[in-house]
Design a protein around this ligand. Structure first.
Ligand code: ASP
Ligand code: MG
Length: 411
């Protein structure tokens, strides 16, 4: 027998009809002779709703209680799913994260998994049960209930797949898989059949929201093959795994992200320690700085621009202004109307001229580039937010990512 981990996201279990469809699929997999471990998210927007309730009582609820609260969402989904599976004539048993042996550090709201002691799940499987585990949660070494961060059920699924040595980890969601661009912006975006961990990491970090970033890191570190697919069509989707050089496309996707803001600190002294001081202050405030650009100095001073999630802007701005005043900066400006376009592809490493072609394409579309950053398999440009969609469409077509108009002939 092979062991399959199947994870179902919030939209996949949103209401009794959906839960029943999931139960039928899980049972189908079981009857085909596989052992099945299921991981569920909370139903629909249940997590948001619990967070909203807490915020009606306090602007800053204690982190421990927030974790206790939001983990209830997954408990509801897991037990309802077991009830539905039971109704189909197969025994299922649900487990909270702590029962499933998911041990984490004690960082409430963003805990990291330290270890998985899955004996209880193994016993369930050995007894012929379908095992259902609450996603996104664990227990810290000091025995508090923790959560892994929003979207963390993906990470639970990958961690269980790694710990149990599963043959595949299927991530069921409300989209068909991973696309070459956001299909709402690019109607001709194509469903990718395979992407490498590295590409998926770059995509997840730059706006491709199908998988939580951490789950992809975990999958890469433990070499867990992921299959992202739809729980609405049940059709095969996208495999995320180690990719051979032969199947590599030069460019796999164009991603975009409008959720960041840019901050610039003007005319700070160009000497050692200035950037260190600024970014230490931001780090200490928990601000997630992304792109950083420092200009060459003119007359001994320099400007530094950087981006951060919009949500971090108030804190980030305050910290930057404080450091700026201390260092005699001439000012701090900010801009929330930016967006980032990224081109991702493992073949970039070996094909020169990709950056030139990207910049030419943006220029031809009249999209001005404000910042540029690169990794070995990604090029990102910050542009005006209202120009981003045109830029994405232009790049998608220039790099030949549009779906072919007709199906390829069957050999
Ligand atoms: N229910 C949690 C959330 O909404 C975890 C998840 O969906 O993966 O973030
Ligand atoms: Mg979710």
């Amino acid at each position: 027998v092979s062991l399959i981990v199947q994870k179902f996201g919030g939209t996949s279990v949103d209401g009794p009809a959906r839960i029943q469809a999931v139960a039928e699929h899980v049972v189908r997999t079981r009857r085909a002779g596989h052992d099945v471990v299921v991981v569920v998210s909370a139903m629909g927007k249940a997590t948001d709703e619990l967070i909203r309730l807490a915020h009606e009582l306090s602007p800053l609820p204690p982190a421990r209680e927030m974790d206790m609260l939001v983990t209830a969402g997954e408990r509801i989904a897991m037990s309802l799913l077991c009830i539905a599976i039971d109704e189909l004539g197969i025994t299922a048993a649900s487990f909270t994260g702590s029962q499933a042996g998911i041990l984490t550090d004690s960082a409430h709201g963003r805990a990291k998994i330290l270890e998985v002691r899955a004996d209880r799940l193994r016993e369930g499987l050995a007894a012929g049960q379908i095992v259902v585990v609450a996603g996104f949660q664990g227990m810290s070494l000091d025995r508090n209930i923790t959560t892994l961060g929003r979207g963390g059920s993906d990470t639970t699924a990958v961690a269980l797949a790694a710990a149990l040595g599963a043959d595949a980890c299927e991530i069921y969601t409300d989209v068909a898989g991973v696309f070459s661009a956001d299909p709402r912006v690019v109607p001709t975006a194509r469903l990718l059949t395979v992407v490498s961990y590295e590409e998926m990491l770059e995509m997840a970090a730059t706006g491709g929201r199908v998988l939580a970033l951490r789950s992809v890191e975990f999958a890469r570190n433990h070499n867990v093959a992921l299959h992202v697919r739809s729980s609405f069509s049940w059709e095969p989707g996208t495999w995320v795994r180690k990719e051979s050089a032969m199947e590599q496309a030069i460019i796999s996707a164009v991603t975009h992200d409008t959720s960041e803001a840019k901050v610039t600190i003007l005319s700070v002294p160009d000497r050692p320690g200035i950037a260190a001081r600024l970014f230490r202050a931001l780090a200490d405030e928990g601000v997630n700085v992304d792109m950083i650009v420092q200009n060459i100095s003119v007359g001994g001073t320099t400007d530094i621009s950087f981006t951060m999630p919009m949500a971090d802007l108030p804190t980030g701005l305050k910290a930057t202004e404080a450091v700026g005043a201390e260092m005699g900066a001439s000012g701090v400006t900010h801009d929330a109307d930016i967006a980032r376009i990224s081109l991702v592809g493992a073949g970039m490493k070996t094909h020169p001229g990709i950056a030139a072609r990207m910049f030419e394409t943006l220029a031809d579309s009249g999209v001005n580039i404000e910042m540029i950053s690169t990794s070995s398999i990604r090029i990102s440009c910050v542009v005006r937010a209202d120009r981003v969609e045109d830029g994405v469409r232009a790049l998608h077509s220039v790099f030949d990512l549009d779906t072919e108009p007709e199906a390829e002939p069957v050999p």
